[in-house]
Design a protein around this ligand. Sequence first.
Ligand code: JFZ
Length: 430
Amino acid sequence: MTNHHPIIQERTERTQWFLQDRFGMFIHWGLYAIPARGEWVRSVERISVEDYQTYYDEFDPVRYDPKAWARAAKQAGMKYAVLTAKHHDGFCLFDSALTAYKSTNTRAGRDLVREFLEAFRAEGLKVGLYYSLIDWHHEDYPAYGDRIHPMRDNESYTRNPETFDRYLQYMHGQVKELLTNYGKLDIMWFDFSYDQMKGETWKATELMTTIRSLQPHIIVDNRLDASGEEGGSIFTNNPLSYSGDFASPEQIIPPQGVTDHEGNPIPWEACITLNNNWGYAAQDFQYKSPTTVIRKLVECVSKNGNLLLNVGPNTLGEIPKETLDILTEIGDWIQKNGNSIYGCGQSDWPKPEWGRYTQKGNLLYAHLFEESVGPINLNGLAGKVKKARLLSDGSELFLGRPWSAAQYPNDAFVSFARPEHFSYPMPDKR
Ligand code: JFZ
């Protein structure tokens, strides 16, 4: 049953490219790259405004070369990228007229956002900006100074409506700057809502009206409305204007994909770190293997979702070597197997026990996650498979029925070696 709710219809239209592209790069970068203990360091370690200021005073990313980042993303098979224009610490990587707390006033002296956008567009990638709703630096935000973000602290906080309104003007103003001064943006990634700090507390309807009038095609995440399990009105059949265009599960791939309360698929993107931190963490070497990342990408696609894979560049502006090596291997795989990712989605057939399916029209992509003993079985596909090919080199895969499979009349069987390598008799070989 199609839902003709205008917000859902527009969402479907706007997210067409997004659902094709499937794989993007998340970039968490800011002053927190200097302490190198993750982007929450100021909150977690209760760092004072004065002490955090030293990072601002030192910030000098002399090796920032967004063209190199863009090449790495492109080579890895990523089709879009999202950079933290401002994270919770409030430091702006762009030349905002509304604050002095920005990269152009540091030794960097550069509009890092503008350079990022230009470099990634030049590589043909779509571009997005992350913008933190939370601001630990703005004096009118109710977690200013030594008072730490309430989700990490039990001390109570109060929001003064008058002064908070000044923050909203600032926040709305910066969003307008980003959507006015930087050309066409493809994604606006807000982060995040909690407790009463959600929806209309952000004046979300007004903000969305502005956003849609400035950049009608931009897609927006669901975190203006709600974050986490609560999810927000994107999960209903009557979403609010600020419900967002896609759900944003974080550090998890939803077991059943993401659907609304009635079971209809909704666009989603899992954001996942490569080690255990978003921002650069110099001592965190717990990187996921390229195989894991590839399989997680396949898993997302097999559940109609996207993967936004995070990188955390260091204070000099470099993506860590460990990260680049993983991206290279992912790219080598995608180079050969990208047809099973882009434009693909959930299969009509249930998950096979040996791996996962992705599907595009009548093309079924079988992702084998384990070594096979003998042919692999395609459950219920007997007589339905015209031919089988190895995606990476186009070679024919033998499609036949091993004698030992007599008790599985409904399954098709695919072998990875030539039939003569098998000891059982092949009826069509004599
Ligand atoms: C947020 C940020 O705090 C984090 O630094 C990072 O940018 C990530 C992508 O997004 O993390 C969240 C957001 C929401 C919840 C938890 C972590 N939540 O609602 O529980």
